[in-house]
Design a protein around this ligand. Structure first.
Ligand code: AQP
Length: 325
């Protein structure tokens, strides 16, 4: 069975972009692959964060993933910092990773511009840590949103460089994308992102979701209700792809192209389908949040299983690099 790895930062509540671009796919892939999912807290400390709330946010993200359908009987769920080998492998990868490519990463450039007060090496090194996350488990497939494609290509490059220098140890991981691979924030300006604060949380109730959806930007061709639009150019329609059945979506697309429905009608249908899918998630979230000890147990079991894999792979790496045994 091929191995899948993916992670999410505990830098805020999971949002519709995370859900459509990654989490929903993670749940589906459990039927076909050996899946390892991780709350990547080491990544989350590259930008400013509050140490007083980090552990709670980490737990909350794990609860969200379980509530979304990550099944600890079939998949491994764990917290990155519980497996120190992620940091160790990052160091070895640092010594083969091309600096010039890191400096050209779009996310680094964006984040560097946003974090002038805290322009730290971790921000630059983020894709190397990500390569270590994936390759520590020799994962071949990585379900991510489109924003991570550049980083994944970098992981492939790191694997190639390491293998060329030390022998054939790592596979070159490939991305798995969804139709909701790039959800924009509701202002239509940039990708929906926890750190930009332009999100709709998967934990928001129907009122809060509707308050955000109602004024959301749609295809700009539709200035008046009578103007025809192009659904494929509309962020709301992209979100529909994660929540609304194909038949209803096709009907909406025809209505949009023929200007027989307005954007607000289309958003109402979306809100209904989001609620249909996320109300049970919120219910499960509440039940799990009432039993944090059970969640901690799941994470500890997951970390134990990951450590066993990581120790073995690191043994191979150390031997290949010639460290004193
Ligand atoms: N807008 C999005 N559309 C589709 N997929 C997305 N992902 C993130 N945003 C979108 C995917 O979700 C997974 C987890 O990524 P993350 O934890 O980095 O999420 P984020 O919201 O992007 O987090 P931050 O804190 O705001 O970080 P940056 O600033 O790095 O974006 C990934 O698979 C991602 O592709």
């Amino acid at each position: 069975m091929q191995r899948v790895f993916s992670g999410i930062q505990p830098s805020g509540e999971a949002h519709l972009g995370n859900y459509a671009g990654a989490i929903k796919n993670w749940v589906r892939l459990q039927d076909e692959y050996e899946c390892i999912y991780c709350v990547v807290d080491l990544h989350a400390v590259t930008e400013s964060f509050d140490p007083a709330t980090l552990s709670q946010r980490t737990l909350d993200m794990a609860i969200t993933l379980l509530a979304a359908g990550i099944d600890p009987e079939r998949s491994i769920l764990f917290v990155q910092s519980a497996v120190p080998e992620h940091a160790e492998l990052t160091w070895y990868f640092n010594c083969v990773a091309p600096l010039g490519e890191l400096e050209r990463m779009t996310q680094f450039k964006d984040k560097a511009a946003r974090n002038r007060q805290n322009l730290n090496v971790g921000l630059l090194d983020y894709p190397v840590l990500q390569a270590a996350d994936i390759l520590l488990y020799k994962a071949e497939l990585v379900p991510v949103g489109e924003d991570q494609i550049q980083h994944l290509e970098f992981s492939r490059e790191v694997a190639r460089r390491f293998n060329k220098r030390y022998g054939d140890i790592f596979p070159e991981p490939r991305p798995l994308l969804t139709p909701g691979k790039r959800i924009l924030g509701l202002d239509g300006q940039a990708k929906m992102s926890k750190s930009l604060g332009n999100t709709v949380s998967v934990l928001a109730g129907p009122e809060a979701t509707w308050d955000k959806l109602r004024p959301a930007v749609t295809d700009e061709r539709r200035v008046r209700r009578s103007d025809p639009g192009e659904p494929e150019d509309c962020n709301i329609f992209t979100i529909h792809k994660a929540f609304t059945p194909a038949e209803t979506r096709e009907e909406l697309a025809r209505g949009c192209r023929g200007a027989t429905i307005g954007c607000i009608d289309c958003k109402r249908v979306l809100a209904e389908h989001i609620e249909r899918e996320l109300a049970p998630l919120r219910e499960r979230y509440r039940a799990l949040a009432a039993n944090p000890e059970r969640v901690r147990e799941i994470l500890a079991t997951g970390a134990g299983r990951c450590r066993a894999i990581a120790r073995e792979v690191m043994g191979e790496v150390r031997e290949a690099m010639g460290f004193l045994a």
